[in-house]
Design a protein around this ligand. Structure first.
Ligand SMILES: [Zn+2]
Length: 299
C-alpha cells in the first residue's frame, strides 16, 4: 500500500475509532472492567449490587453459568439439620426447588445421625454473574454444601462468617486424606446424590475415586462428577424446574457410575497442570438471555 493509500485508510477508519471510543466511555466503569464476561449494559458488579429479589413468581432463566433468577427466595439462616454460613455475602437466594433440595438433604442427613450441615453460596438475589467466587450459581439452581461433619453449635449467623474448613484430600491430590475422610462423608454425598431433582453434584476427583473404590456400581455415583477444587465442599446443581420454560439444562451425566477412563483422566499429567489461559472463543462474548434485562431492571 502506498503512503497515500495508508493515509486514505486511516482517514476512513478514524470515525469508526472515535465511535468505538465514545461507546466505551459511555459504558459504566463496572462494565468496562468486565469486558469478557458480559456485553453491555449489565456487568457482574451490576448484578451483585442488587440487594433484593425481583417481585415476581419464581422463574429460572438461562443456564447456571449464563442466566438469572426472577422471584428468588432466601434460604433461612438455620433449619432442621442446617446452618447457612457467610450470609453477609447475600448469596443465599434460590429457586424454591433449590431451597427444598437443601432442606431435604439436611433432613435426611440428620435422620442418618449426621450433624448440622453448613450451607455455602447459592445465588445472588436475582442471580446473574458474580464478580468473584463462581462461574456458575447464576440461575438459582446451584448450592454449595460443606463436607464438614464436625459437631456445630448453634451460634448467631454473624458468627458463621470467618470459618476454616479443612480439605478432605491429600496434599498430592491422589486420594482422600485418611486422617479426615470417613464413611460418614460418603453417606452425606450419597444422600445428596439421591435427592429428587438433582442434576449432578461436583466433588474433587480424589473424592470420586475413593467413592468408586468403596461403592463401585452404585447408581447414585452417576450423579457424582469430578471437578477441580471441591475438596471441602460439594456443589449441587438441580435440573430445570417445571415452572421455568426459559431454563436451559445441560446434557445429563453419561450412563454408568463414572468410575472409568473419564475419571482416570483427572489424574493424568495433562489434567493436573494448571489449565492454560486461552483467549475466549471467537465472536462476541456470550450475552445473558434477553429476559434477564427485565429481571435486572425490575423494582
Ligand atoms: Zn458451587
Amino acid at each position: 500500500m502506498t503512503f497515500s493509500g495508508i493515509a486514505r485508510a486511516a482517514a476512513a477508519i478514524r470515525p469508526l475509532l472515535a465511535a468505538g471510543l465514545a461507546l466505551l466511555l459511555a459504558m459504566p466503569e463496572s462494565a468496562r472492567a468486565q469486558p469478557n464476561r458480559l456485553g453491555p449494559p449489565a456487568s457482574a458488579a451490576d448484578w451483585a449490587a442488587l440487594s433484593r429479589p425481583s417481585q415476581a413468581p419464581p422463574r429460572v432463566i438461562g443456564r447456571t453459568n449464563l442466566g438469572c433468577l426472577a422471584g428468588g427466595q432466601a434460604l433461612a439462616p438455620e433449619g432442621p439439620g442446617w446452618q447457612a454460613i457467610r450470609t453477609s455475602r447475600n448469596r443465599h437466594w434460590g429457586h424454591p426447588a433449590t431451597l427444598g433440595l437443601v432442606a431435604h438433604i439436611a433432613g435426611q442427613a440428620r435422620a442418618a445421625g449426621l450433624p448440622d450441615l453448613w450451607i455455602g453460596d447459592l445465588s445472588q438475589p436475582r442471580g446473574g454473574p458474580m464478580p468473584w467466587g463462581h462461574a456458575s450459581h447464576q440461575s438459582g439452581l446451584d448450592a454449595d454444601i460443606w463436607l464438614d461433619l464436625r459437631p456445630k453449635p448453634r451460634v448467631p449467623a454473624a458468627m458463621r462468617e470467618d470459618l476454616t474448613i479443612p480439605s478432605l484430600v491429600r496434599a498430592d491430590g491422589l486420594d482422600v486424606d485418611p486422617a479426615r475422610w470417613t464413611a460418614r462423608h460418603a453417606t452425606l454425598i450419597r444422600i445428596a446424590a439421591e435427592a429428587p431433582g438433582l442434576d449432578r453434584l461436583l466433588v474433587n476427583p480424589a473424592i470420586k475415586r475413593r467413592l468408586c473404590a468403596d461403592h463401585a456400581g452404585a447408581p447414585w455415583l452417576r450423579r457424582v462428577r469430578p471437578w477441580r477444587g471441591h475438596d471441602s465442599h460439594m456443589h449441587l446443581r438441580l435440573r430445570c424446574p417445571a415452572d421455568s420454560p426459559e431454563c436451559q439444562d445441560i446434557a445429563p451425566p453419561p450412563p454408568g457410575d463414572g468410575c472409568d477412563a473419564s475419571l482416570d483422566w483427572w489424574f493424568s499429567d495433562e489434567a493436573r497442570q494448571p489449565p492454560p489461559r486461552r483467549p475466549g472463543p471467537p465472536g462476541p462474548p456470550p450475552r445473558l438471555p434477553a429476559s434477564c434485562s427485565a429481571v435486572l431492571l425490575a423494582r
